[in-house]
Design a protein around this ligand. Structure first.
Ligand SMILES: [Zn+2]
Ligand SMILES: [Zn+2]
Length: 149
């Protein structure tokens, strides 16, 4: 695979020879402004709010496409619940995922850096991206379960 550093999704589309459509452009503009983790439904709602006419199927299709192009990364939260985040915003952080409420928090750790250099040196493997997801209970959900008992 070739290394490309494309910061604008519009360049991304043309670079892989895909057509730019009005709908795709609207989705891209929305993605470029987002700093949080999002899923198709969240995206749909915020586009609706901006009066952008983009259908759900188009959003799902476009997200899949962008994932294939490594512009966004899919975070596997639970079955049938996927979140995405733009790869340009990842900057090597891991995710803490609450299994109760589905909250996603970013964390960074020197451990990730260590892991990176270890993988590269020991296995002679050219690393592209590490994805670390830690599952558990967030503070709020821990409190809630304590209160129940
Ligand atoms: Zn929680
Ligand atoms: Zn994140």
């Amino acid at each position: 695979m070739t290394q490309h550093s494309i910061h604008s999704s519009k360049d991304l589309l043309t670079s892989v020879g895909l057509k730019r459509t009005k709908e795709r452009d609207m989705i891209f503009r929305e993605l470029e402004n987002r700093k949080d983790h999002f899923n198709a439904e969240k995206l749909y709602v915020s586009l609706q709010r901006k009066k952008a006419r983009v259908s759900r199927p188009t959003i799902y299709r476009t997200l899949k496409l962008l994932e294939k192009l490594h512009f966004i990364e899919k975070l596997d939260i639970k079955k049938n619940c996927f979140y995405y985040e733009p790869i340009s915003q990842r900057k090597d952080h891991g995710h803490l995922i609450c299994e109760q409420c589905g909250k996603i928090m970013d964390f960074s750790s020197h451990g990730l850096e260590t892991l990176k250099s270890e993988v590269c040196n020991d296995k002679d493997f050219k690393l592209d991206n590490i994805s670390v997801q830690v599952f558990g209970l967030c503070r709020d959900c821990q409190r809630a379960s304590k209160n129940k008992n």
